[in-house]
Design a protein around this ligand. Structure first.
Ligand SMILES: Nc1ncnc2c1ncn2[C@@H]1O[C@H](COP(=O)(O)OP(=O)(O)OP(=O)(O)O)[C@@H](O)[C@H]1O
Ligand SMILES: [Mg+2]
Length: 340
């Protein structure tokens, strides 16, 4: 198992020093694997976050790690992608190496409260009281806090002897951009707002774990299209500014294979007469080819914008149009082998 690197003692918001970054890079090169434990996956809605999160979890399982794969208050898509029974709010061991959960605020709140109050009867008296329930419904961002709290708890959880972490990796299929930013920021906001109280210490530890580049990272998934790339670059800028979580890789999902070499590209440019309204067979074929070329060029241009952002880019090709399943997840997992 890869042991997580030591915590950055300079506090949660501190940028990594060049020595820290070099140490991290060296340890990854030596072991051939990323040492980080907590991997958030986010991006614009519908870009393939769930598919990539499942592939990443599968990649860690294949490498021999014990993995927790979490969805955040989501319509379960992992069951179909992994070929397992529906994933609900109860954490479940699918195999000795893979556990899954679909975090729900009510359940996370109950677990948090039980952890604090220890006694079920007391929990019922306090949290199932109508007045408390109404009050809690109006506490802003409480849902995000308790769900992040549950993730933090499982990231820190150890076996009974305390010698080894229960999960080598925690992979989190996050909601899309705006909501994900809220999730990443919540622990930091609470610690900056409240200075004392029972919640503050734990929340400070949470914020420190998620902001520690040696232990936590967020991967951004994008499609090679203008709007998803714009949104990815905006998200990147926000995360750099807020430093609530370090950005790892940019994953360009569903890229089309490049069909034409330089000679074929030049030939398409030379062929005359293929225009709208033309009806010859050759014109029809050339028109299709040109459309495909234009699409490939557009993807390449959008991918280049992502390459410029300074984070490693990993490509996952477009696999097929019918629903994706475990075989596609396994294929994508192999492509994520170099992910840092
Ligand atoms: N590499 C790929 N090749 C082909 N289809 C893909 C690929 N990646 C994702 N898809 C398809 O795109 C759709 C969206 O994927 P997915 O559900 O993983 O996105 P998401 O970002 O999690 O969406 P949401 O924001 O709704 O949670 C699904 O139908 C999925 O099967
Ligand atoms: Mg999803």
């Amino acid at each position: 198992m890869t042991q997580p690197a030591a915590r950055d003692k300079r506090g949660p918001g501190a940028a990594p020093t060049s020595t820290a970054v070099a140490r991290l890079a060296t340890s990854w090169v030596v072991s051939g694997r990323t040492p980080r434990q907590v991997h958030f996956v986010t991006g614009k809605g519908g870009v393939g976050k769930s598919f990539v999160a499942c592939a990443l979890a599968r990649r860690f399982v294949d490498a021999g790690d014990r993995v927790l794969l979490a969805q955040v208050h989501a319509r379960d898509s992992h069951a179909a992608l992994l070929g397992i029974s529906p994933v609900d709010e109860d954490l479940r061991d699918v195999t000795p190496q893979l556990s899954v959960v679909n975090l729900q605020p009510a359940q996370a709140m109950r677990e948090y409260a039980l952890m604090t109050l220890k006694v079920e009867a007391l929990y019922k008296a306090v949290f199932e009281n109508r007045v408390t329930k109404t009050f809690l419904r109006f506490v802003p961002s409480l849902d995000e806090l308790v769900m992040m709290g549950k993730l933090w708890f499982h990231a820190e959880e150890t076996h009974d002897d305390g010698a080894r972490r229960r999960f080598d990796r925690v992979v989190i299929d996050c909601p899309s951009t705006g909501h994900a930013l809220k999730l990443f920021a919540i622990a930091r906001v609470i610690t900056e707002t409240l200075h004392v109280g029972p919640m503050v210490d734990k929340t400070r530890q949470m914020a420190a774990l998620f902001a520690d580049p040696a232990r936590s990272v967020a991967h951004l998934v994008a499609l090679p299209e203008e709007l998803p790339v714009n949104e990815t670059l905006e998200l990147l800028a926000r995360l750099r500014e807020e430093q609530t979580v370090h950005v790892g890789n940019v994953i360009v999902n569903a890229t089309l294979p490049r069909l034409f070499d330089a000679r074929a590209r030049a030939a398409f440019g030379r062929v005359q007469g293929a225009g709208a309204g033309s009806s010859s067979d050759l014109d029809a074929v050339v028109a299709v080819g040109r459309r495909r070329l234009a699409r490939e060029d557009l993807e390449a241009a959008q991918r280049a914008r992502l390459l410029d952002c300074g984070h490693p880019v990993v490509d996952v090709p477009h696999l097929q149009d019918s629903p994706l399943g475990p075989d596609h997840v396994a294929r994508a997992a192999r492509l994520l082998g170099g992910l840092t």
